[in-house]
Design a protein around this ligand. Structure first.
Ligand SMILES: Cc1cc2nc3c(=O)[nH]c(=O)nc-3n(C[C@H](O)[C@H](O)[C@H](O)COP(=O)(O)OP(=O)(O)OC[C@H]3O[C@@H](n4cnc5c(N)ncnc54)[C@H](O)[C@@H]3O)c2cc1C
Length: 384
């Protein structure tokens, strides 16, 4: 058993590079994109040039030959300053491209991965429907095989990266028949963008993640070739759940970054801001609040490092990933609340990073499985 959580030189160097990028390139435009609710194309282009969208994929498929943990480290650094940018990368890699890497045929991998890994194109992951979120098996979208093509009809809700100028692919789950036991047979199918009958409806007006792209999608007689089936027919739902198990580790890393960003901003502010003739951080009430925030970050980071280590070692990691998602989402939300309190009235002003974390962090207790879903997963692993 290895208990060593120190980063290697290579990991430290990656983290430092992205930390500088986040500080010098991302942070200066974050307020603008949040306020104007615009997608940060220039930032995403530069992330593509840095190879960030290809981090966990092999070089022969256009990737950087790194691993999932490298992606997590990058997400932490980006999320400290801008959760919208971090979720754009997280969804692009772990939801957009990873299903093809894990379950795609060689031809599908050759066609899509170099493009998605370059960051010049984005893929989206279409599981949630207006009537099927936590209960994602309640999929109603259908795909019927007609003359060598899938005809897809239905709708999806809340799909990240699905309507940008860079979006080239949406992978969807759809009911393709009935199993021998009378249940829905759910498969996943690749839908290139644009395809006739596919529409990304107008973007949602969200509470946070304003610079991230999220749309409802409609599929009206969309036809794609039979070979666009991803993985085995009938395995679509199971395969997507596997992708979500992994994705929970990435979203935990993003949450840890957000929670850490709140600590960093609060420490700095508590040293600078004076009240009653001394820095507010010299009051134990403030210092203890920030110390507790730091403790939350430490616990959540340790939890996701553990889940990632198990996943990379090929060990079962479902429970650990759910626990990491649970504690990291709560750490981000709790730290955002405490950080705005430390900042007083300024914490309520949108140009302060902590105010953005306050609005952005709520979704970390909902997206990629709500807190209640994580508790269900953990309880199930305990045989309850
Ligand atoms: C900004 C954003 C981006 C997203 N990106 C994507 C994406 O790229 N792809 C994608 O497929 N989806 C995406 N989602 C969807 C997201 O994963 C779902 O919103 C989430 O899984 C919850 O589903 P729901 O909204 O239908 O809530 P519901 O499932 O309706 O849940 C409502 C409430 O009931 C609780 N609940 C439900 N069932 C139970 C139960 N059995 N026991 C106890 N409590 C329960 C839930 O925890 C929640 O509190 C995104 C959502 C948002 C807001």
């Amino acid at each position: 058993m290895s208990l060593d959580t120190r980063l290697t030189d290579e990991q430290q160097s990656l983290r430092k590079t992205v930390e500088e990028f986040a500080r010098e390139v991302v942070a200066p435009v974050s307020y603008h994109h949040d306020k104007t609710k615009t997608f940060p194309y220039d930032v995403v282009r530069q992330m593509g040039e840095m190879g960030l969208f290809g981090l966990p994929f092999p070089e022969e498929l256009g990737g950087m030959g790194g691993d999932y943990f490298a992606l997590c480290l990058v997400l932490e650094e980006l999320a400290k300053v801008d959760q919208s940018v971090a979720i754009t990368l997280e969804a692009g890699v772990s939801l957009g491209a990873m299903p093809i890497y894990r379950f795609g045929s060689e031809a599908q991998q050759q066609e899509w991965l170099p493009l998605l890994a370059s960051g010049q194109a984005l893929g989206a992951f279409g599981l949630t429907e207006p009537g099927a979120g936590s209960d994602a098996g309640g999929t109603r979208t259908t795909a019927v095989l007609e003359d060598g093509a899938w005809r897809i009809d239905g709708s999806k809700a809340f799909i990240t990266n699905s309507g940008t100028e860079l979006t080239r692919l949406v992978t969807v789950t759809a009911v393709t028949g009935t199993t021998s036991t009378g249940k829905k047979e759910i498969s996943s199918i690749l839908v290139p963008v644009p395809t006739a009958g596919f529409t990304a409806e107008p973007a949602y007006d969200k509470v946070g993640w304003n610079a991230s792209d999220t749309h409802p999608l409609s599929f009206d007689g969309v036809r794609v070739p039979e070979e666009n089936l991803l993985g085995q027919r009938g395995r679509g739902y199971a395969n997507f759940l596997h992708i979500l198990d992994e994705g929970r580790i990435a979203i935990s890393a993003l949450s840890v970054g957000a929670a850490q960003g709140c600590v960093d901003a609060s420490v700095q502010y508590a040293k600078e801001r004076e009240a009653f003739g001394r820095p507010i951080g010299q009051n134990q009430a403030i210092a203890f609040k920030i110390a507790r925030m730091e403790a939350r970050v430490h616990v959540a980071r340790t939890a996701y490092y553990d889940a990632a280590a198990k996943m990379l070692a090929g060990l079962p990691f479902k429970k650990e990933a759910a626990i990491a998602k649970l504690v990291a989402g709560e750490a981000a939300m709790d730290n955002a609340r405490d950080a705005t309190q430390v900042h007083g009235g300024y914490g309520f002003m949108n140009e302060y990073v902590v105010s953005r974390h306050y609005r952005d962090s709520k979704i970390l207790e909902v997206g990629e499985g709500t807190t209640e879903v994580q508790l269900m997963l953990v309880a199930r692993e305990l045989g309850l």
